[in-house]
Design a binder for this molecule. Structure first.
Ligand code: ATP
Ligand code: MG
Ligand code: MG
Length: 380
């Protein structure tokens, strides 16, 4: 069997690695170079996109910002999962909020902005501080502004209006303002839905972000009431989208109540822990679902944390001496802040996980790997 992934980054690579032992071949479409490549070796294939689409049994995507014409060609084949509508919804915050409303899943109060009076009205209605986000672009906290004081409004509006003006009639731009939620913590749920509509959901993951980028995730701490809330949001959204594959939902936990931040119609950075912490990883489950195979066990087998490696030139192999540690390198050219790889740390208990994270914190500098020492103290 053959699968084509739209997008050729680390998510395509890890899907390919997990598909290998299912005897499924994965190729990837690099949207920037418009080439079909092997996402593990980065070797280019001679096939065109059209040929690759015709050649494979299933098509999927590793990110949301895919040209509309490519989505539509893939959709027409009838073998694109989760399909163009789910990808477009994940790539447009206005569509995402409409979906949440339709599925009656709670999120932060918000207002859509296409003109300055909307912005001023949003500040009035939602109050400050506000988080302002571009609807169509943005990942890792890019394309966002924080409005805290009146004297920032004019400068921020200047930047917002540049983004709005860059839209076209065919693809208009919009911006969304959200109330800044005073959350206790951020969590996410990763689940998989197969072609018959059966779902399997991983345990909730607790996530720490630094400057808008995920730096640390932990799975294995959750209480059942919170897990149940997240699962019901997952079921509602996945069935509303008639979803096939892995779907991720990010939440704010406000005093035990979950509000959705955003969804990602794909495998997700906060699900990387499943490679060591669960029976079947999110990557394999995504491949199984889109290939029409039975989806696998999502139970947590041991508490696991994931640490992102950002902007480093090399894999920090000295961490491998710590028991329960594995490293995953993406083979990309280093750039400051870029996701280069991740480290999974598994243990038999949360206490032991805390001890192993403390060992990790001794090796990895806090400046490049924030939050590990603090998290380890909280677990021990
Ligand atoms: P990702 O890489 O996860 O796709 P993104 O660029 O889509 O990131 P968001 O997840 O929307 O961005 O926001 C990034 C981070 O900013 C969130 O994880 C959260 O810490 C903070 N944030 C976003 N929206 C709000 C909000 N309404 N209230 C409080 N904090 C927020
Ligand atoms: Mg996002
Ligand atoms: Mg996010």
């Amino acid at each position: 069997m053959k699968v084509l992934v739209l997008g050729a980054g680390q998510l395509a690579r890890m899907m390919s690695l997990s598909a290998t032992h299912l005897d499924i071949q994965v190729s990837a479409y690099d949207v920037a170079t418009q080439q079909i490549i092997n996402p593990v070796t980065f070797e280019a294939h001679s096939a065109t996109l059209e040929q690759a689409i015709a050649d494979v049994d299933a098509i999927t995507a590793e990110f949301e910002h895919i040209p509309a014409d490519v989505l539509s060609v893939c959709q027409q084949t009838g073998k694109f999962y989760p399909g163009a509508e789910a990808i477009l919804t994940g790539g447009d915050r206005a569509k995402e909020k409409a979906l949440l409303e339709k599925a009656q899943v709670a999120c932060a109060p918000y207002a859509l902005i296409t003109e300055k009076p909307h912005f001023l009205a949003a500040i009035e209605k939602l109050g400050k501080p506000l988080v302002v986000k571009t609807c169509q672009a943005g990942y890792d906290g890019k394309g966002q502004w924080r409005v805290k004081h009146d004297d920032e409004i004019e400068t921020i509006w200047q930047e917002m209006s540049e983004f709005l003006a860059a839209g076209t009639d065919a693809a208009p731009h919009a911006i969304i303002a959200e109330q800044m939620i005073p959350f206790d913590r951020e969590v996410s749920i990763i689940g998989v839905r197969d072609r018959s509509g059966q779902c399997r959901i991983y345990p909730l993951t607790e996530n720490q972000h630094t400057n808008g980028v995920l730096t640390l995730s932990i799975a294995g701490k959750e209480k059942s009431a919170i897990q149940a809330q997240a699962e019901s949001a997952f079921s509602a959204l996945a069935s509303e989208l008639d979803y096939v594959g892995v779907l991720a939902i990010e939440f704010f936990d406000v005093n035990g109540t979950l509000l959705v931040n955003e969804i990602a119609p794909r495998v997700h950075n906060s699900g990387h822990w499943t490679q060591q912490g669960s029976h079947v990883s999110q990557f394999e489950n995504h491949i199984r679902a889109i290939a029409g195979l039975p989806i696998g066990d999502t139970t947590l087998i041991r508490p696991t944390a994931m640490v992102n490696v950002l902007g480093q030139e090399n894999i920090p192999t000295n961490v491998l001496q710590i028991p329960g540690v594995t490293s995953h390198w993406y083979g990309k050219a280093a750039k400051p802040g870029r996701k280069m790889g991740h480290i999974n740390v598994s243990a038999n208990s949360l206490h032991e996980l805390g001890e192993r994270l403390a060992d990790l914190a001794e090796i990895l500098p806090e400046s490049a790997y924030p939050g590990i020492a603090e998290t380890s103290h909280a677990l021990i």
